[in-house]
Design a protein around this ligand. Structure first.
Ligand code: 5AD
Ligand code: SF4
Ligand code: FES
Length: 359
């Protein structure tokens, strides 16, 4: 077996190397973190880019077994924020020099939804004189819809694969056409074809997930030539079917540490992509997102969803920033990021260098 030092001296990593990095003990993982920090500095710099997150609706027609806002959960208030209120959040982001926003919602494919997203994109560009960069995260859609939204002004898209292992994907989703592994892969291909900077990601610490599965996730991102990643720990939610498997889970600490190792390892494997410090990290550790910045992440998605709706967008329990307003989070984050040693790329889109380098 190679030593961690030998692996960290490489710039190309085999499956075995990745497994070893993900299995590293405290001493090994600290070396990994240090290396990932220097790779981050050298390739993407020490700037964090903001994506103001608007969770604009929790209405979802899917039934993912892990998610608190799945269609089958009858215990939540469903909401669909008005266009005016969403645009107000966009204006807040723009006025605060966040150069980008993310529109995220539960999944729907009806015409009303498709048109609403399109209008939002157009108007967001209009009220910011084209200055705001827009990422959307609204699920699997047809090629026509992806094209339409691209033409309306979105230029990045997030669609997590959740797990790149087909069996595991099938275990965490109902077995039907709405939750189909091949369709998810096909949708990711369409996003790339349409011209989006394409982001994906996985949950870390799912029941029965192995370190080998996680190593394969990293290899999947590499093979797929992905531009952006958002991945974080799986956190059980009592009102979901997967809660029954809670006894199979790694401890929260283990899931958290594995998430940091995944981020650090990914930074070594794909040095020039954008990696988000997922909010779910902060559901386990108060300064979880800042720890992620220290080991390779370079994107943060401050929540700018109007506070009244935040309680109803809990995909997992213990989600942070539920009672805070957009400006509370703004002040809080700025201080935290400075402490982590990074600066904030106010007014800069901070697009994926990997995407630019491909052209
Ligand atoms: N724990 C962690 N992440 C979750 N997501 C959904 N439910 C959970 C959970 N219980 C993630 C999924 C989805 C993203 C929007 O939120 O990866 O793609
Ligand atoms: Fe809907 Fe997304 Fe939750 Fe699945 S993970 S139930 S698609 S909001
Ligand atoms: Fe929301 Fe700190 S980032 S309260």
């Amino acid at each position: 077996m190679k030593s961690i030092d030998n692996i960290l001296a490489q710039s190309v990593f085999s499956r075995e190397d990745i497994i070893q990095l993900l299995s590293s003990d405290v001493v090994g993982r600290n070396k990994l973190y240090e290396k990932a920090a220097s790779v981050k500095r050298n390739h993407v710099g020490n700037k964090v880019y903001y994506r103001g997150l608007v969770e604009f609706s929790n209405i979802c027609f899917k039934n993912c077994y892990y998610c608190g806002i799945r269609a089958g959960n009858k215990n939540i208030n469903r909401y669909d924020i008005s266009e005016d209120a969403i645009l107000k959040a966009v204006k807040y982001a723009h006025d605060s020099h966040y150069a980008s926003v993310v529109f995220q919602a539960g999944e729907r494919d009806d015409d009303e939804f498709i048109e609403k997203v399109c209008r939002l994109l157009r108007k967001s560009k209009e009220i910011t004189k084209g200055e705001i960069g827009i990422t959307i995260s609204v699920g699997e859609q047809s090629e026509e819809v992806y094209q339409k939204w691209f033409d309306c002004g979105a230029h990045r898209f997030l669609l997590r694969i959740e797990s790149s292992n087909r069996e595991l994907f099938n275990k965490i989703h109902p077995n039907n056409a709405k939750h189909d592994f091949d369709k998810r892969i096909a949708a990711l291909r369409l996003l790339k074809k349409t011209g989006y900077q394409t982001g994906t990601g996985v949950m870390i610490g799912l029941p029965e997930q192995t370190i080998e599965n996680l190593a394969d996730d990293i290899l999947f991102f590499e093979e797929f030539d992905i531009d952006m990643i958002g991945m974080g720990p799986y956190i059980e939610h009592a009102e979901t079917p997967m809660f029954e498997q809670k006894d199979l889970l790694w401890s929260l600490d283990e899931r958290f540490n594995m998430a940091l190792k995944m981020i650090a390892t990914l930074r070594l494997v794909l040095p020039d992509i954008n990696i988000a410090a997922a909010t779910a990290l902060q559901a386990i550790d108060q300064i979880g997102r800042e720890k992620a910045l220290k080991v390779g992440a370079n994107i943060i998605m401050p929540n700018i969803t109007p506070t009244v709706h935040r309680t109803d967008y809990q995909l997992y329990q213990n989600k942070p920033c539920i009672d805070e307003s957009a400006s509370d989070c703004n002040n809080c984050l700025e201080a935290r990021i400075k402490i982590a040693g990074d600066s904030i790329g106010y007014g800069e889109w901070g697009d994926s260098l990997h995407f630019k380098n491909k052209k």
